[in-house]
Ligand binder design. Structure first.
Ligand code: ARG
Length: 463
């Protein structure tokens, strides 16, 4: 079989080379972008007088037919055609004739073609993933709205720290995912430039109109340096990083869902629809969805590290190493899309066991800091001393088998006679939460502000 680049060769390729070199098996995923790019290019060639208008129209008609064949499953992808670019061009030539089909590649190289296709793919997927992140934030926000008065322990070092509301805890994740959303949008804006017309690496002597192609494909403008345009994959790396960070956040949330659904915590009940059973232990109900998301995070990080490493040592401009850019991105995109959907759906059907959360608050002396703050505020005691006195109260509570919030005045005064009756109020769990009215705090007043911020953000971005 004659290759498109056969001219200077006198021997046929080894079959080993053909299979090793080909990317068609995975880059066929880019057929939509490839055909859209070729149509925009052909239109521009016609408008610029490089091709006749009629020729340009005929090429476009042919490209539409190729697309139809691919979408109806009639198209035969063959290893010997190497990649999506040559597969489409070859079929086009069969449909409209070799003479005209061969003109489409005027003023273009596969180097700028693949840079365009892959960039279009990353831009599209950035938008889709951003929308899924938005849906997840909406789910978290809905949970937050209905759990302002649900008390739960806030943790540091996985030890009970201070009482917070479930609303507040969910909002923490909402804000993480809000930043992830904003990162996706800013990547999209930065990368929305068209590389086509860079040709192999140095531009082209043909009198092309790059801005026309860019506008036709929905870009905001064109990339500025052809060598950079065909040889960097930072747009794909940004997407891989953005997905990695989404997974960092999702994985932490999933880790908590796994802990919370254990019999040690019993804070939540993951619905049967999103739980799995054990093949041997009939009683088991496992949080596989959350575990899988936590697990996929490893692969997603690997894809980022993989492409960073591919790119780090290659000289300008295009090198075949760069064909290794796609599979990891396809994999991370798929992981992000499936995980974001199922995480949101699972959360919607998760039951929060408020009584158990409250019960958990009653151990671990969650309001101890409030007593120290009280001593500072009401008794003008230096914070370090207040910390020490409170520590003694905690030790006393421990010795009595009580929580600090359950000590009576007499017991408190046996540690420090200056402690007054109002300290008992301060030690109450709800009051501890409500005392934290600082901006960004867990009191309902502060949580309302945060809910308002997420609400406003959602309204701005949800269509
Ligand atoms: N399949 C190639 C890739 O994915 C397309 C670009 C090939 N360019 C070249 N000069 N061989 O990178």
């Amino acid at each position: 079989m004659q290759k498109m680049w056969q001219g200077r060769f006198s021997a046929d390729s080894s079959e080993l080379l053909e299979a090793f070199n080909a990317s068609i098996e995975f880059d066929k995923e880019l057929y939509r972008q490839d055909i859209a790019g070729s149509k925009a290019h052909a239109t521009m060639l016609g408008n610029s007088g490089i091709l006749d208008k009629e020729q340009s129209k005929e090429i476009i008609r042919g490209l539409d037919l190729v697309k139809e064949e691919i979408e109806s499953g009639k198209f035969e992808f063959r290893t010997e055609d190497e990649d999506i670019h040559m597969s489409v061009e070859k079929r086009l030539s069969q449909i409209i004739g070799k003479e005209l089909g061969g003109k489409l590649h005027t003023a273009r190289s596969r180097n700028d073609q693949v840079a365009l296709d892959f960039r279009l793919f990353c831009q599209d997927e950035t938008k889709s993933i951003a929308n899924l992140v938005l849906n997840l934030i909406q789910t978290l926000n809905n949970i937050a709205k209905s759990h302002k008065d649900t008390l739960m322990p806030g943790f540091t070092h996985l030890q009970h720290a201070q009482p917070v509301s479930l609303s507040y805890h969910m909002l923490a994740y909402a804000f993480m995912f809000k930043r992830d959303f904003e990162r996706l949008l800013s990547s999209h804006a930065r990368n929305n430039l068209c590389p086509l017309g860079s040709a192999a690496l140095a531009g082209t002597p043909h009198n092309i109109n790059r801005n026309e192609v860019a506008a036709a494909l929905g870009f905001d403008g064109i990339t500025q340096n052809a060598m950079d345009s065909v040889s960097d994959r930072d747009f794909a790396l940004e997407l891989l990083f953005n997905i990695s960070l989404i997974f960092t956040h999702a994985s932490r949330l999933c880790e908590e869902l796994i802990l919370w659904s254990s019999s040690e915590f019993k804070y939540i009940n993951i619905s049967d629809t999103f739980s799995t059973g054990s093949s041997i232990m009939p009683q088991k109900k496992n949080p596989d969805v959350a575990e899988l998301i936590r697990g996929k995070t490893g692969r997603v990080y690997g894809n980022l590290m993989g492409l960073l490493t591919v790119m780090k040592g290659i000289p300008l401009a295009y090198n075949k190493d760069m064909q290794e850019d796609k599979e990891g991105v396809f994999d991370s995109v798929k992981a992000a899309k499936t995980s974001l959907v199922i995480l949101s759906e699972m959360l919607k059907t998760t039951e929060f066991l408020e009584k158990n959360m409250l019960k958990a608050c009653q151990s671990g002396h969650l309001s101890a800091t409030d007593l120290a703050d009280y001593l500072v505020r009401e008794q003008n005691v230096p914070f370090r001393e207040a910390h020490f006195i409170t520590g003694r109260c905690v030790a006393m509570a421990e010795s009595l088998g009580k929580d600090i919030s359950e000590l009576n005045l007499e017991e408190l005064q046996s540690v420090d006679k200056d402690i007054k009756a109002d300290a008992l109020e301060v030690l109450k769990l709800v009051n501890s939460k409500e005392a934290r009215k600082s901006l960004g705090g867990t009191s309902n007043q502060s949580v309302e502000i945060q809910l308002g911020q997420i609400e406003e953000f959602l309204q701005t971005h949800l269509k």
